[in-house]
Design a protein around this ligand. Structure first.
Ligand code: NI
Length: 156
């Protein structure tokens, strides 16, 4: 396992539309491991592969609920329901937070690390996080769509 460098806003990789994974290999499973380690080390709740400089449709999420670590390869949001404004931040945009309108509930289809296609329906923070991370795969940052932004100094 390795901690990867997190790319910051302004890096062109964050603006690219990421490429689907055609055949999941040991290399991708290593990337999933490294992304999870990187996310936990940075105290994040989600990380998308473009944020570590790999323009691939891969996401890891852990919002500290019963789901634990979720690994999404080639995720597609197939259902969005309701609407909710909530606060977001991003490891690629340090110390900036903003209110973003998202669907309150989503269903996402994805491939897991064993190449099985799966479906997950989520609400609340997990739904928000899925939408935030899937946006990264299309080159979109939360600061592009936030209804308000604020800067906070690093806390002690
Ligand atoms: Ni982000």
């Amino acid at each position: 396992m390795a901690i990867l460098e997190i790319k910051k806003a302004g890096d062109p990789v964050l603006k690219q539309v990421a490429v689907p994974v055609e055949r999941l290999t040991k290399w991708h499973r290593q990337l999933l491991d490294d992304m999870a380690e990187t996310m936990y080390a940075a105290n994040g709740v989600g990380l998308a592969a473009p944020q570590v400089g790999r323009s691939l449709r891969i996401v890891v999420i852990d919002v500290e609920d019963a789901n634990g670590l979720i690994e999404l390869v080639n995720p597609i949001i197939t259902m969005r329901d309701g609407s909710e404004v909530g606060s977001e931040g991003c490891l690629s945009v340090p110390q900036v937070y903003g209110d973003v309108e998202r669907a309150a509930r989503v269903t996402v289809e994805y491939t897991d690390r064993r190449s099985r296609r799966r479906t997950l329906t989520a609400e609340g923070l997990l739904a928000r996080c899925i939408q935030h991370e899937c946006d990264h795969l299309d080159g979109r940052l939360f600061i592009d769509i936030a209804v308000s932004l604020r800067k906070e100094e690093a806390k002690e």
